[in-house]
Design a protein around this ligand. Structure first.
Ligand code: 3HC
Length: 283
């Protein structure tokens, strides 16, 4: 793909703006669309903060920061974002109908040879593709938070995803400097299934009073060398995101994924973790 290849990122939230930053830093032109101006502003601020941090650490210089920001366009119009794109990545909330409806619109707007991707954490790529004119060109491109830091890109192959599409996804992974794994379209893939299992068990342990949130996290950080304990990580990912994944895996895979009552209560109370200022910790 040439430097002129455009990537459209749909959704300016935690994942969307991180994906936009990484693509722009790899030389792509990026167009981010989100229906709300406030979300776009917040996303742009997130990219600026992350780049500022990299400048402060001496990882990039000020000119690179400006170049990355200059390669990202922000807007509310889906058609404008998708026009002329070589890669389209949706990163909207984890709801099947929302994603399906959006991808259906993209299918009619994006150039015919564009790679279509979903950043879903657990939903079926096969099902998301089922109503598209060309289901063969949809693939899962699952990024990890914080996107500029995390090395993995999980590539999810739906039943109708072709080899050519997977090859395009692998080339994209190489271009953005991520290490890919290719997984089958089984609910929760290779990452979320294990990630939420650990997170949910930590919440149940908190409910049972096994130890404080801090000590449950410390146990995994110091005893197992996890970079971040499971409750802090749930705050980082978003309690609402983890609840949506658990509810989906509970329906698909069974009882071991039943969401803890505490998680549901906290989401209902608006305690969504880092993004809302409070979860298991105050941020
Ligand atoms: N942008 C740019 N750089 C960042 C950054 C950001 N948003 N966040 C952290 N960094 C950099 C820091 O500047 C620092 O750089 P340095 O090594 O050169 O000093 C480095 O990353 C480490 O950051 P910190 O020193 O601030 O703090 P930590 O050492 O505690 O690392 C962390 C922070 C990278 C978040 C680490 O705790 C970690 O890896 N946590 C686990 C994250 C994880 O598991 N993510 C996956 C979640 S699941 C998911 O996303 C899937 C989805 O579908 C839900």
């Amino acid at each position: 793909m040439s430097d002129e290849t455009k990537v459209a990122v749909l959704g300016a939230g935690t994942m969307g703006h991180g994906i936009a930053q990484v693509c722009a830093a790899s030389g792509y032109r990026v167009s981010v669309s989100d229906p709300t101006a406030a979300a776009l502003e917040k996303g742009e601020r997130g990219v600026r903060d992350s780049l500022d941090r990299m400048v402060a650490k001496g990882k990039i210089d000020g000119a690179t920061r400006e170049a990355v920001l200059g390669r990202i366009a922000w807007g509310t119009e889906l058609a404008t974002a998708v026009e002329g794109a070589g890669v389209v990545i949706e990163a909207v909330p984890e709801k099947m109908e929302l994603k399906r409806e959006l991808l259906l619109r993209v299918d009619g707007l994006a150039p015919p040879n564009a790679l279509l991707a979903s950043n879903t954490s657990s939903l079926s790529i096969t099902e998301l593709a089922s109503t598209l004119r060309e289901p063969a060109r949809l693939v899962g491109l699952h990024f990890f938070n914080p996107v500029p830091v995390m090395e993995l890109l999980e590539i999810v192959r739906g039943i109708r995803t072709t080899d050519a599409t997977v090859d395009q996804a692998l080339a994209f992974a190489a271009r953005v400097g991520k290490t890919p794994i290719v997984v089958r379209d089984i609910p929760g893939f290779a990452t979320s299934r294990l990630g939420v299992a650990l997170g949910a068990e930590a919440i149940r342990m908190l409910e049972q009073g096994v130890a404080s949130a801090e000590d449950i996290d410390r146990a995994m950080e110091l005893g197992y060398r996890h970079p971040m304990g499971p409750l802090k990580l749930t705050d980082l990912v978003g309690l609402d995101v983890r609840l949506a994944i658990l509810d989906h895996l509970h329906r698909e895979l069974g009882e071991q994924f039943r969401a803890p009552a505490l998680l549901r209560q906290m989401v209902r109370a608006g305690k969504l973790g880092k993004k809302s200022g409070e979860g298991f910790y105050k941020w």
